[in-house]
Design a protein around this ligand. Structure first.
Ligand code: TRP
Length: 333
């Protein structure tokens, strides 16, 4: 059933991809790509509302492309490109602004969060808010609608954006007929909270991440830095509140996880040993991916070639949608 559906996601090149991104999002897309078409683009235009450093946008763009090409996607089913290489998305976004109620943008969680923060600080409510942030959901709707995506797998934080894309398509179709496909959000099976080095949710904003493609020595250093309590090796430990186990279970088999948890509960396994086991497990999964990743990062011409080839196909798909939109909105032939 889902074989013929188009799955789509965009990844913003705003920071180093970390283990949390891999566990919660990337590997689901990889699994989906084994059987279905997936559109994976690097949302560089979306990055611009917070990043004003072209060299950083470029570096993170390469990192994401290299990750997509090294973690086991079925690349025959993947359409990968830079968002900015398909100018049609900007034209569609402009068209969509005309059927998008302003109130929808006012209700966007990310915009409201900025407003609330300003209000709490006694600042003008729109302080530091640029129009890229304010109209973010319109560009995102254009991303989704341009490629006729059926399903947009997202984390809970992006659900509202996908619902807005659906609303905007609905407003459009109510005026112009059945032109745009209504997408559906698919909230990834809850991976639970993926803990970072300090035990809080792994997040760039907490500065507690483990980069997915960290070299082995850095990976080991990070893992050794995971904060634990001060229980002695002999004392029993609760795996469910342990960051070490909280990461291990995402990479180990069910049997291995059960064994690890049991060792913690029984007492006798110290944190140093547990960290070493975690490191070896993570490294065994990541090492083959990292090898390909490192190769690609040293051969960015290959990344450019892959991104350019993807963009050429994406532009063709996009132009079909855009000509339908131009026809119904502008009366163009
Ligand atoms: N907004 C998404 C994020 O912050 C990135 C994104 C841009 C996206 N366009 C998209 C995700 C289209 C899904 C579909 O991570």
């Amino acid at each position: 059933m889902s074989e013929n559906k188009i799955f789509l996601t965009g990844i913003k090149p705003t920071g180093t991809v970390h283990m949390g991104n891999y566990i919660a999002a990337l590997r689901q897309m990889r699994d989906i790509s084994q059987e279905s078409k997936v559109v994976m683009f690097i949302a560089d235009l979306h990055a611009l509302n917070t990043m004003h450093d072209a060299a950083a946008v470029r570096a993170h763009t390469y990192e994401i492309a290299a990750i997509i090409m090294s973690i086991g996607f079925n690349m025959d089913n993947v359409l990968m490109f830079r968002q900015s290489d398909v100018p049609a998305v900007c034209e569609l976004a402009t068209m969509l602004t005309n059927v998008t109620p302003k109130g929808l943008m006012d209700r966007t969680h990310s915009y409201k969060a900025a407003v609330d923060k300003n209000a709490a600080a006694g600042l003008d409510v729109d302080n530091g808010v640029n129009m890229g942030l304010y109209t973010y959901p319109i560009l995102m709707a254009a991303d989704i609608l341009l490629y006729g995506a059926d399903i947009v797998p997202v984390g809970a934080d992006q659900k509202q954006h996908v619902e807005f894309a659906r609303d905007i398509a609905g407003h459009f179709n109510a005026i112009y007929g059945d032109v745009l496909k209504l997408p559906e959000a698919k909230i990834a099976a809850d991976a639970g909270i993926i803990p970072g080095l300090d035990g809080r949710k792994m997040s760039k904003s907490y500065d507690n991440v483990i980069p997915l493609m960290a070299p082995a020595c850095e990976l080991k250093k990070k893992i050794m830095r995971i904060i634990t309590d001060s229980k002695t090796p002999e004392e029993p430990k609760d795996p469910d509140t342990s960051t070490i186990f909280g990461l291990y279970r995402h990479f180990a088999s069910a049997a291995e996880s059960a064994e690890f948890a049991e060792k913690f509960r029984a007492g006798g396994m110290g944190y140093g040993t547990a960290k070493q086991i975690l490191f070896e497990k993570l490294d065994s999964v990541i090492a083959p991916m990292r090898e390909r990743y490192d190769y690609l990062m040293a051969h960015t011409d290959e990344l450019d070639a892959a991104l350019d080839a993807g963009a050429a196909i994406a532009r063709k798909v996009a132009d079909k949608t855009l000509s339908r939109v131009r026809r119904v909105m502008l009366g163009k032939k």
